[in-house]
Write a protein that binds this ligand. Structure first.
Ligand SMILES: Nc1ncnc2c1ncn2[C@@H]1O[C@H](COP(=O)(O)OP(=O)(O)O)[C@@H](O)[C@H]1O
Ligand SMILES: [Mg+2]
Length: 495
């Protein structure tokens, strides 16, 4: 019968076209985890959940696959979601539209603008989750980047493409310091990642610490504390992707990331929700896997550089908690902000002796290095005798080193203390160091470290271009041999 054969054909065809492939249905929602039957999707794939009783649609990402069940987590509030809602796979992972128009804009974790102006229209899209540049293609860090903060530029010189941690308790001045760097740095572009901050802190940072001048040369990516953990996690990746875009344009990018601790906590929430076992202090194994992967994306490539300042919250003085520990292993230096200094109104509260920039010897000139070592030693001597001095038990003339440290302490303090508004060029910073130490820092060291190939780089760096290819796998890390080049004061006090 003709009609029967038509029906058979129809049934055959519908069997081939498996509707579950692109559309699934919600079957369960429990805590952060959303489960659907279908669609056919890969881990990390972006999906859209249609929520007629909620905001219309929710973006979510595939985080697990179990037989025919797809496990998802949402980027947005899951209000109004119900069993039976349709889940539509996008066919790809999260990508961010990028262009130079991003400058001065504030984005959410998906790259949508949240500053009340229209979205960025661009055909260029960068994947949020990406792999770091191949080690062999990474340029060595040989040039300095200026932060405009005297204590850093003078005593903790930072290279373009270096990654540093800022370790501090809350309220010690991390955000203020990041704002100062954003406004004053010699970098071409800032990308600021505000991950897990409270909404009020975000507004304070953009309107206060950054200001219009800082915002104009920055792209801000915001995933506040009240957003779902996946949004906080992806915000970090999105910010990094934006930084990668500008690096690919051959620019020097400054990535100011606040904070890695909250990124790690977001990853922990996701890990626990998807059934990972808690390991160290409740952090799940994926935390220790994702943190280094994120940080590795920063640094140099064959085109440009991303210099990263990553803040890490330390409660009390516990620098050995697992997040600090993992991050420190990946970074090329750390800046410790001290509550004691902040309480004494010594801002920025940089604990110079507790901080180290491992690449400082490579990016600063010989006399600058000597002057920095000298000031560090004076601080160390003063620190050792401080109690005696304060109780009046030290008598001048007993020890020439202490006498000198005491005499120079006021000048060193006024060098280290800097108001929020004050900008210090490298020339100004190094001139003050010349005055304090009596060492004349040559003008080439003040300006000349900007351009490669001018012949003023330390000898060991002349051969280290991207073209020589040898031994580049640790391009921007300090090898044991290089560590020996650090001035004595720096290695002794490194934590
Ligand atoms: N450079 C500075 N100069 C003066 N006050 C500062 C400075 N840095 C921080 N502060 C003070 O410390 C407070 C907390 O600083 P903030 O940067 O918000 O800390 P965090 O981000 O570490 O929580 C500020 O509101 C301000 O009163
Ligand atoms: Mg803050």
């Amino acid at each position: 019968m003709a009609s029967a054969s038509i029906i058979d054909k129809y049934l055959e065809t519908t069997e081939e076209v498996d509707p579950i492939k692109c559309i699934g249905r919600i079957v369960k929602v429990q805590g952060l985890l959303i489960e659907s039957r279908g669609p056919q999707a890969i881990i990390g794939e972006l999906c859209r959940i249609e929520v007629p009783k909620g905001r219309g649609r929710i973006h979510a990402e595939v985080v697990g696959l179990r037989e025919d069940i797809v496990q998802l987590m949402a980027y947005e509030d899951t209000d109004g979601i119900e069993v039976g809602n349709r889940v539509i796979a996008s066919g790809g992972r999260l990508e961010i539209p990028v262009s130079r128009q991003l400058l001065g804009r504030v984005l959410d974790c998906m790259g949508h603008t949240v500053d009340g102006r229209s979205d960025i229209a661009s055909n260029i899209r960068y994947p949020a989750v990406n792999t770091p540049p191949e080690p062999l293609t990474r340029r060595r860090v040989t040039q300095r980047i200026v932060t405009g903060v005297r204590s850093i530029d003078g005593l903790l010189a930072v290279g373009r493409g270096q990654r540093l941690g800022i370790f501090a308790g809350s309220g010690v001045g991390k955000s203020t310091l990041l704002g100062m760097i954003a406004r004053n740095t010699s970098a071409d572009v800032n990308v600021v990642a505000l991950i897990g901050e409270r909404g009020r802190e975000v507004n304070d940072f953009i309107a206060g610490d950054l200001g219009p001048e800082g915002l104009a040369r920055s792209v801000i990516v915001v995933s506040p504390s009240n957003s779902p953990p996946l949004a906080r996690l992806r915000g970090a990746y999105t910010a990094t992707a934006v930084a990668e875009y500008f690096r690919d344009l051959g620019l020097d990018v400054m990535l100011l990331f606040d904070s890695v601790t909250r990124f790690a906590r977001a990853q922990r929430e996701i890990g626990l929700a998807s059934g990972e076992p808690p390991a160290t202090r409740g952090y799940t194994p994926s935390v220790f896997d994702s943190m280094p992967k994120l940080l590795e994306r920063c640094g140099t490539s064959d085109k440009g550089t991303i210099t990263g300042f990553y803040t890490i919250l330390v409660d009390g003085d516990d620098l050995d908690e697992p997040v600090s520990d993992t991050v420190r292993g990946t970074l090329d230096g750390h800046i410790v902000l001290s509550r004691r200094l902040a309480e004494a109104n010594h801002y920025p509260a940089v604990d110079v002796l507790g901080s180290i920039s491992r690449l400082a010897p490579k990016v600063s000139g010989e006399v600058t290095r000597k002057a920095a070592g000298y000031i560090r030693r004076l601080l160390a001597v003063y620190g050792e005798s401080e109690d005696l001095i304060n109780v009046g038990a030290y008598h001048q003339g007993t020890n020439p080193a202490i006498d000198e440290a005491v005499a120079k302490k006021p000048a060193i303090d006024s060098f280290l203390v800097q108001t929020v508004e004050e900008k210090s060029s490298l020339v100004e910073t190094l001139q003050v160091m010349s005055e304090i130490t009596g060492l004349t820092i040559p003008v080439e060291e003040m300006e000349g470290f900007k351009t490669a190939g001018t012949g003023i780089f330390p000898a060991e760096d002349k051969t280290g271009g991207p073209e020589d290819g040898g031994g580049q796998d640790a391009a921007d890390k300090v090898s044991p041999g290089e560590a020996a080049l650090l001035p004595a004061a720096e290695t002794e006090t490194a934590r």
